[in-house]
Design a protein around this ligand. Sequence first.
Ligand SMILES: CC(C)(COP(=O)(O)OP(=O)(O)OC[C@H]1O[C@@H](n2cnc3c(N)ncnc32)[C@H](O)[C@@H]1OP(=O)(O)O)[C@@H](O)C(=O)NCCC(=O)NCCS
Length: 195
Amino acid sequence: MRHDLDDLAEDPLEPLSTPRLRLRAPLAADLPRIAELANDRGVAEMLARVPHPYTLEDAEDFLAIAEGSVVFAVALAASDEFIGVCGLRPTERARTADLGYWLGRPHWGRGYATEAAQAVVDLAFRQGGMDCVLAGCRAINGRSRRVLEKCGFQYRGTSTFVSLAAGRVAGEQFGLDRRTWESLKAWGRLGAEAC
Ligand SMILES: CC(C)(COP(=O)(O)OP(=O)(O)OC[C@H]1O[C@@H](n2cnc3c(N)ncnc32)[C@H](O)[C@@H]1OP(=O)(O)O)[C@@H](O)C(=O)NCCC(=O)NCCS
């Protein structure tokens, strides 16, 4: 069945630019780097669909699935070097998308995930016409929870999900609705200059 998100999944994806990053369609040239960075137990165990060990064939499968989806390769703007993935998946609910992301370990801790996620969330609401963006993370994933908090997501409850690398794990669900996103964007523009 067609989802509202399908309108965004143009082929090729329109790239997004942020101050330090370029989000673009994943390319065959990225395959070796995807395989290298995703082949990290600490990455795979935080995700649902990334196996460990992760091979070049897994990267090829990812590339095939990404085609026609709203899945961006996150690349450094200065060099176009692939550093991770950020994208949206349709959910069973109309005008509701699920946000997901991972970065290669050498690139953690520089605010890149937040920068990429904010660009994709803006896309979801601005061009994608979504009413809500959902995201989930493992209960032990403080880094990812922090990314979601910095993007304005609110805690919605607990869950469990199956990770290919870690088995069934405890998770937390977060959501960002359109009105909250609009308010945060307006706050950025209209907030007081000094406290
Ligand atoms: C989660 C992930 C994407 C974060 O990437 P990142 O680029 O390091 O994220 P950012 O730098 O934008 O933000 C990380 C925040 O977490 C904080 N943080 C770091 N370690 C933390 C910890 N152990 N507990 C809580 N917060 C932590 C950082 O201080 C930062 O917050 P701050 O800016 O307020 O200081 C990256 O670690 C990753 O790919 N992990 C494996 C896959 C994964 O977990 N994907 C998400 C699945 S839901």
